[in-house]
Design a protein around this ligand. Structure first.
Ligand SMILES: C[S@@+](CC[C@H](N)C(=O)[O-])C[C@H]1O[C@@H](n2cnc3c(N)ncnc32)[C@H](O)[C@@H]1O
Length: 317
């Protein structure tokens, strides 16, 4: 393992001030701060539920014959959600995790060690990947492209570190139209939940004001780290200009996102654990049913209306 830089879980006021004008610094501070609680916040696990989810995204994005890629790298790995679950699904044999945030690389390596997976890691910017040319057979990423200032440069780097014929798969990117309705629904849910829980009979459902204020501050920093939303056609054009071939962007989640974002916002607005297991199951099964409906809607509704974009392509031989 090499996490050559030290995490900054508690940023100073000066660092936070500087981060407003520097999206990369904001990413490091925000994600170092989140690294310890990230899996819990996003219900990330390394069991069948998330293995199926990760492998499902991979299959939607790209053709796969079921044979493992020899060596895969993840950009913006976070705690390792995508690559570690893909490895458990048999998509890759060996892995490397990279992220701008040292706290996230350390968390991903800890998770890989617990799972007994052969994974190394480096703190690395996706615009200048810290591995030599032609190191990998597969490059993956989940919810990372929208944080990178120069996405086309990141695609060029992806193609540089891929071996000829190697593939990249990115999933979990917000579309421009999807982001608009997801944000609006989330803001309305936050407003409704934090207002209604001021009523005396519902105060047991209210989080302490200091915690709500901290969430609002974090949401403000989130607006600095969330740089892009994508039109699927533009995303394809960018990857193609960078030199990729067989480029294809697909999308998913329309009604599922319209449910999922308000649900996650409501969960964040009330005290942790208040909603219980039955709620978690209700939310998950509702999301699954709506995702099935969205798969049917995908045959008639244009792809740019769906919330999540996925993109794949290959390096020419
Ligand atoms: C929304 S999180 C997603 C984490 C993980 N892939 C997941 O899906 O759970 C985005 C991650 O990308 C990282 N990141 C942001 N900008 C980056 C960059 N320029 N290069 C590499 N990683 C970056 C952040 O530090 C963060 O860990």
């Amino acid at each position: 393992m090499s996490t050559d830089q030290v995490p900054t879980p508690h940023a100073t006021a000066e660092q936070v001030e500087a981060a407003w004008k520097d999206p990369k610094l904001a990413n490091v501070l925000y994600h170092d701060w989140e690294a310890g609680t990230y899996d819990e916040k996003w219900s990330i696990s390394y069991d069948e539920r998330c293995i199926d989810y990760a492998a499902g995204r991979f299959r939607i994005a790209a053709p796969w014959d079921g044979r493992p890629y020899e060596h895969a790298v993840e950009l913006g790995c976070g705690t390792g959600f995508f690559l570690l679950n893909l490895m458990q699904a048999g998509v890759a044999t060996r892995g490397s995790v990279t992220d701008l945030s040292p706290g996230m690389v350390a968390a991903a390596l800890r998770n890989a060690e617990h799972l007994g997976l052969p994974v190394d890691g480096k703190v690395s910017d996706a615009e200048t990947i810290a591995y030599p040319d032609e190191s990998f057979d597969l490059v993956v990423g989940h919810a990372v492209l929208h944080h990178i200032p120069d996405v086309e440069q990141a695609f060029r780097e992806v193609l540089r570190v891929l071996r000829p014929g190697g593939r990249f798969v990115f999933a979990g990117e917000p579309t421009t139209i999807g982001d608009r309705y997801a944000r609006t629904l989330s803001q309305l849910t936050w407003k409704a939940a934090t207002t209604i829980t001021k009523l005396p009979p519902l105060q047991g459902w209210r989080r302490p004001q200091a915690e709500l204020d901290e969430s609002s501050r974090a949401a403000a920093l989130e607006s600095v780290v969330d740089i892009h939303t994508f039109d699927p056609a533009d995303l394809e054009a960018m990857a193609t200009r960078a030199g990729a071939r067989e480029v294809r962007a697909s999308t998913e989640e329309l009604t599922a996102a319209m449910l999922g974002w308000p649900v996650r916002t409501f969960e964040a607005a009330v005290p942790p654990g208040r909603l219980g297991w039955n709620w978690a199951m209700f939310a998950y099964h509702s999301w699954q049913r709506l995702s099935a409906l969205d798969a049917v809607l995908g045959r008639v509704v244009p792809r740019r209306f769906f919330y999540n974009a996925l993109i794949t392509g290959v390096k020419p031989r």
